[in-house]
Design a binder for this molecule. Structure first.
Ligand SMILES: [Zn+2]
Length: 149
């Protein structure tokens, strides 16, 4: 079974939200959950792979859904598409890295997305959606009173 989404707002709870996503997927009958870099993260609040590490910290057998950890994904000019460090042998000079947080921020600020990240017709739909949001609904990332240490 492939589940490509469900109607649940992001909580940006990082590792704990990754576990929540695994539990929800398990309840839908999914055998695996793809856990990417900074899954359900916000800014630099969590470490980029904290949401993957937490699956090693829970008792074995707690979840039937198995996490599939995916490292950095990016556009590679030489590969001519989206790639990961496992699939792309090229250097960082050939790669364009964009995070979901960065993309939401760019859309909230009315910026164009790089063509390597999104097809123009998809970007237009996203830009129209973000343009219709109120200032309170747009992405504004501020971390105050926290230490990343
Ligand atoms: Zn490549």
């Amino acid at each position: 079974m492939i589940q490509a989404g469900y109607p649940l707002d992001m909580r940006y709870a990082g590792p704990r939200e990754a576990l929540l996503h695994a539990l929800f997927r398990q309840n839908y009958g999914c055998s695996h959950l793809i856990v990417g870099r900074d899954h359900a993260g916000v800014g630099d609040y969590y470490g980029p792979f904290d949401a993957q590490k937490i699956f090693d910290e829970i008792p074995k057998g707690s979840l039937e859904t198995v996490n599939m950890n995916i490292d950095w994904t990016f556009w590679c000019n030489k590969c001519g598409g989206i790639a990961s460090q496992r699939t792309c042998p090229h250097t960082k000079e050939d790669r364009i890295l964009l995070s979901g947080t960065k993309v939401r921020s760019m859309l909230s600020e009315g910026q164009d997305l790089p063509v390597e990240f999104s097809r123009p017709e998809v970007a237009k739909v996203l830009q129209k959606y973000y343009a219709g949001l109120s200032a309170e609904q747009n992405v504004k990332i501020e971390l105050k009173g926290h230490s990343a240490a």
